[in-house]
Structure formats: structure tokens, C-alpha cells
Design a protein around this ligand. Structure first.
Ligand code: GDP
Ligand code: MG
Length: 459
């Protein structure tokens, strides 16, 4: 049997790999998510056929040899003539005893000389050691068995889910429609699966889509009141990888603050002191708005600057872009958290990034909690379900949406119903993202144990 493993970021890609390697009739044995990837175990159709009929010389074709217990029958027969010939013991009994482990020896006559040579303590220690090692190997065996049982259970659950989805496709076509729409909009298969399972029965496709949209918008938490934010003020830091739009968004927010309170109530800080000309951009925006821009290079600097600026109503910090994969993220998070003032971090999420990348970004920048996020480059994204999925699942508070380069025009308050609606309108290139009907059961079968989904509110 030649079972092959295929992994890919999406079910579709994994299936394509299976087809390329094993042909269209490949038999899928299991399908699961592992480490954020889809893993499929499959074998070629011919291999599957040969499984049912073992090869003539394969071990499965012949009955296994009986366990090697030669003494059983002769010993039983030896009972009868015992009176006539008392001497002979069953011949095989002797070798068996010889092979017995040392710890068992004291039970026999030979125990006496052994005991003479060893103290009772030594014997006890030997017995204890033998018992302990037997226990240990039994525990290891048990653990191995439990692991196999767990793996088998996972495989069966996956296959049952696939079978039941296969039946669902014909019985409840609206579920297939919803699944296709959600995947095409960029939402994850796991969120789609979760919602489809909860879809109220007896609704047509249009009604089902309305339900899905309303559940999604209700789970998208947004800044409830901009007035509260702008009136309350405080220290905000825009964080995120390079090029996501932190500086541009800082300038847009600064413009909003200036429009509300005038330039004197606001201060701008940039931590981007490394790159040549990096703070020039913010300085130019500062000049236009009439707001001072302070440049800091480390935590001590930032502390001093924040102390000096504590009379300002609002302080906006534009940070240097750090890749979510860089160790510096942790340093930056702790620099902002340890700066003395209560620095509220706003994460810029680039809507054009993949869901995997966005999840990684959130995880890296989370620290002890993000105050919220700003969705950027909405205008450039071919699909926005991916970024909305991340915001919903990670329970981020979506403050603003940025849909262009213009300062300050292209920054808007997040409107959940509008964003969800737009996600479904902006479907990705149909040919590239649609699954074949036969592939949908695999999407639905891939088991996940995503605890975040349990917190999605449905009603
Ligand atoms: N199309 C589009 N471009 C944006 C948006 N936000 C920022 N940009 C552009 O993206 C580039 C990087 O932005 P910048 O603010 O310097 O990113 P930073 O490295 O995170 O500070 C610049 O050319 C911006 O004009 C947006 O919402 N839409
Ligand atoms: Mg910048």
C-alpha cells in the first residue's frame, strides 16, 4: 500500500496536488487541518483495489502461524500415563523455564542458592525494578494505543462529516449555495462550516444568505461612537508591518483630531528614527496641520516625550513597521506597554493580505491586548472576507476603514452591514476560487477544533 501525504494552505490546492500525483480516481483516506495547513492522505485507485484482495504471497493471504505454545497439548496427554511412568515431564517445559526472566526464578527450587547469594533487600529491589519496568512498558503501550484510537476517531469523524455533507448537498442545496458564497467572498472554510451547521432549517438560499449576513455583521465589533474616542482622547500608537498604511492613517487621524479640537490639543510622535527620511513624511503632514512631530528612538526617549506631552488631549504615535515574523515586534510591544502612559495600540490590517498572514500579524502584535484595528487598502483588495474573518474571529474592535491614499478623505468609520454586504459583492475570481461539487464534502469534512468559533453569536 502506498499512502501519500499532501499538504497545502487550502483544500483546493491540496486536492489539485492529489489529482496531479495520483490521478482523478485517487482514494482520499483522510483530510484534516494540521498547523494551519490542510493535510490529505490518499492512495492511488489501484492500490486501494489491491487492499481488498491481498497478494497471494503477502502475509495477509496466509493464516498467521499459531502462537508458539508447544507444551499445551503434549502436557495434557502426558497426564494419563503419569501413574505408569512418573519420571518424564513434558519435554518442552524445561526450555520454557530456562527462558523465564531472572525475576521469576525465586519461585523454583533454584531460588534457594540465589537467595543464599543475595540479601532479601537485593531480591526486593530486583523485583521492584522488574515490576516498575513492566509498568512503564505497559503505560507506553497504552499511550501508543490511545494515540492510535484518537487518530482513528479523527479520521472517522472526518469521513462521517464528508458523507453527511454529501447527503446534505442533495437534500439542502441552500447550504451548498451559502458555502460557495462564503468561500468566494474570502471567508474561511471553518467559519463557513460553523455557520452552515447552525443555519436555521427550511429557508431558501436567499433567506439563508440574509441570515448569514446578519450573523456576520452582528459579530463584527466596531467602534460604537467616534465622538467618545475623539472627545476622550489619550495616547494611541499605530502598529503593524511595513507598508500597511500606518503613517498615512496617523495623518488621517491627526486631521480628524485637528478638525475637532484644533492643532494645539494634538501631538505626533514617530518611533521611526532608523530609516533615512522615514519621519519626513509625518513631519510634512504635521506641518500642514500645524502640529509638532517628535521623534523618539527608544523606550526611555518615549517615556520622556510622553511625560512632556501629558497635557495634550491626544497623542498619536506612528511606529516603525516591523514584520510580524521579526523578534523586534515583541520589543516594540513591550516598549509601548512600558512607556508609562496608557498607550492604546491600534493595529493596521492590510485587506489585501492573506488570511494566514493576517492571523499571524494579529498573534504577533496582540501583546496584552490591542485597543482596536484599522482596516487599510480596502480599495485594493479583491476580496475582503479574509480580513473580516480575522477581525470577527480575533474579536478585534474595528475603528476605521481606509480606502485610499488621500489624507484625510479616505478614512471612514466602520459600518458592519456595509462591509459584510461588500464582501459578498466583491467575490473573488470565480474560476480560481470555486470548488467542484465533489470537492465540497472535503471542505466540510476537514475537522477543526477552533475554540474561537464557539464564541460567534448566532442570535
Ligand atoms: N490604495 C491605498 N493605498 C494606501 C492606503 N493606505 C496607505 N496607502 C499607501 O500605502 C503606502 C504605504 O503607506 P504608509 O502609510 O507609508 O505605510 P507604513 O509603512 O505602514 O507607514 C503609501 O504609498 C500609502 O499612500 C489605502 O487605504 N489604500
Ligand atoms: Mg510609516
Amino acid at each position: 500500500m502506498n499512502v501519500k501525504k499532501f499538504t497545502a494552505p487550502t483544500s483546493r490546492e491540496a486536492l489539485r496536488k492529489v489529482r496531479e500525483a495520483l490521478g482523478p480516481d485517487a482514494v482520499i483516506l483522510s483530510n484534516r487541518q494540521a498547523d494551519g495547513e490542510i493535510e490529505i492522505l490518499a492512495l492511488a485507485n489501484e492500490d486501494a483495489a489491491s487492499l481488498a484482495m491481498p497478494a497471494p504471497h503477502s502475509p495477509m493471504a496466509e493464516p498467521p502461524p499459531l502462537l508458539d505454545l508447544p507444551t499445551a497439548a503434549p502436557a495434557a496427554r502426558a497426564e494419563a500415563p503419569r501413574a505408569a511412568a512418573p519420571a518424564p515431564r513434558a519435554p518442552a517445559a524445561a526450555p520454557r523455564r530456562a527462558a523465564a526472566p531472572v525475576a521469576a526464578a525465586p519461585a523454583y527450587a533454584s531460588a534457594a542458592p540465589v537467595a543464599a547469594a543475595m540479601s532479601a533487600d537485593q531480591i526486593n529491589a530486583m523485583v521492584a525494578a522488574a515490576v516498575a519496568s513492566a509498568k512503564e512498558s505497559a503505560a507506553a503501550e497504552m499511550m501508543g494505543m490511545m494515540n492510535e484510537i484518537r487518530a482513528m476517531r479523527g479520521m472517522m469523524e472526518t469521513q462521517l462529516a464528508e458523507i453527511s455533507w454529501g447527503a446534505t448537498q442533495s437534500r439542502e442545496p441552500q447550504k451548498t449555495a451559502v458555502l460557495r458564497e462564503m468561500l468566494a467572498a474570502g471567508f474561511s472554510a471553518s467559519l463557513a462550516r460553523y455557520l452552515i451547521e447552525k443555519l436555521p432549517a427550511n429557508r431558501d438560499a436567499a433567506d439563508s444568505m440574509r441570515w448569514i449576513k446578519s450573523v456576520l455583521s452582528r459579530n463584527l465589533s466596531v467602534m460604537s461612537n467616534e465622538d467618545a474616542l475623539l472627545d476622550q482622547g489619550g495616547v494611541f500608537a499605530l502598529v503593524g508591518p511595513t507598508g500597511v498604511g500606518k503613517t498615512t492613517s496617523t495623518a488621517k487621524l491627526a486631521a480628524r483630531c485637528v478638525m475637532r479640537h484644533g492643532p494645539d490639543k494634538l501631538a505626533l510622535i514617530t518611533t521611526d528614527a532608523y530609516r533615512i527620511g522615514a519621519h519626513e513624511q509625518l513631519r510634512i503632514y504635521g506641518k500642514i496641520l500645524g502640529v509638532m512631530v517628535h521623534s523618539v528612538k527608544d523606550e526611555a526617549d518615549l517615556r520622556i516625550a510622553l511625560k512632556e506631552l501629558k497635557n495634550k488631549h491626544t497623542v498619536l504615535i506612528d511606529t516603525v513597521g516591523v514584520s510580524q515574523r521579526d523578534q523586534m515586534v515583541t520589543e516594540q510591544v513591550s516598549m509601548l506597554q512600558g512607556a508609562g502612559a496608557n498607550v492604546k495600540r491600534l493595529l493596521c490590517l492590510n485587506a489585501t493580505a492573506t488570511q494566514e498572514t493576517l492571523n499571524e500579524v494579529v498573534r504577533a502584535y496582540q501583546g496584552s491586548g490591542l485597543a482596536g484595528c484599522i482596516m487599510t487598502k480596502l480599495d485594493e483588495a479583491a476580496a475582503i472576507g479574509n480580513v473580516l474573518d480575522v477581525v470577527i474571529r480575533q474579536k478585534l474592535n474595528l475603528f476605521y476603514v481606509s480606502n485610499g491614499q488621500r489624507v484625510p478623505e479616505d478614512l471612514h468609520l466602520a459600518d458592519p452591514a456595509y462591509l459584510i454586504d461588500r464582501a459578498f459583492k466583491l467575490k473573488r475570481d470565480a474560476a480560481a476560487s470555486q470548488f467542484l461539487d465533489a470537492e465540497l464534502p472535503l471542505v466540510m469534512g476537514a475537522g477543526t477544533s477552533d475554540s474561537a468559533l464557539r464564541e460567534v453569536h448566532l442570535g
